[in-house]
Design a protein around this ligand. Sequence first.
Ligand code: UT7
Length: 339
Amino acid sequence: MNASDLTAGFNRGVRIAGTGSAVPDRVLSNHDLAKMMDTSDEWIQQRTGIRERRICDPDKGEGTLWLSEQAATRALEDAGLTGADVDLVIVATVTMEMTCPSTAARIAGKIGATPAGAFDITAACCGFMYALNLADSLIRVGRADRILIVGCDCMSSIIDYEDRSVSILFGDAAGSAVLEAVDDPARGSVYQSLQADGRGWPSLYIPRHESQIAEGDEDTKIRIGCLRMNGREVYKFAVTRFQRAIKDAFEKTGLAPDEFGAFICHQSNARIIESAVEKLGLPEDKVYVNIDRFGNSSAGSVGLCLDQMRKAGRIDESKPTMLVAFGGGMTWASSVWRH
Ligand code: UT7
């Protein structure tokens, strides 16, 4: 099936007008973690591919709002636009400092996007993908002309650093994009999926109260309010769902792996990405990996990769880009993007 068949019924498409990202300066290396808990650089690198991650310094006012604002400002600058040019601001995060007002409303206020609509969404590590696919759809149907999206998580704010099973994986980051209407419906997300299986929630969750602890998880010594994860369960889910999402995109678009110009995958664990490369025959040089330097930044991850790849000239825009993620919920999502 070609792009015009997939987007039949729409009379306009979407382009990425600009991207931006932000990470804190503070580096937390595997060696730093080994001084805080019973782990080692060797174990972490072997199991995850991570060497270091960035974490916010709350004493300096760093956090989700701070990272999101920087990434959004950079995306607008890259697009040559100001906040006043956007109709809607969507922030995807599970680490909002406040649930009311939304992070998006505060960002919109800071960048002068009034009276643009603004709201947050939560889809954990799929957050940026959910925001991207939603924004593409709203623009296609004519409900908005320009949408600013941000995926951001300050994971260090919900990590118990006395626990070694979860803390080693995560870092803090934000990625942002400005999406804009174009006349050609064959541009933008020509295929997309947004999916979830809520039955798997106990594999990855942040309880606010003791009573919310999942059955069988009572003995885990992680503070209430911090992220809990059944690593093995998530790993199994990720390997199958992640690969299924990529395969579905190949099947639905009729495109083969070598017809893509870039693959932007959620950075959850280098082994999960390597397994997809091997099993699905993805061209290795087109698959971006930055988990070694930034860890898993949840909703920040895909947007951070997108911005870094664009700025490094590593996206061949003459070919489609595949974006794909999975995460808490459990959720998974993909998008085949024609530039
Ligand atoms: O964005 C989505 C979020 N999450 C994911 O994608 C996570 C998916 N899961 C994973 O990436 C992996 O499950 C982990 C990297 C989290 C863990 O790797 P694993 O190979 O599944 O390890 P495990 O949990 O099966 O633990 C193996 C051993 C255990 O010791 P015993 O019972 O075999 O003696 C653990 O206690 O490793 C031990 N262990 C550690 N050792 C050193 C667990 N964490 C650590 C650690 N350092 N940090």
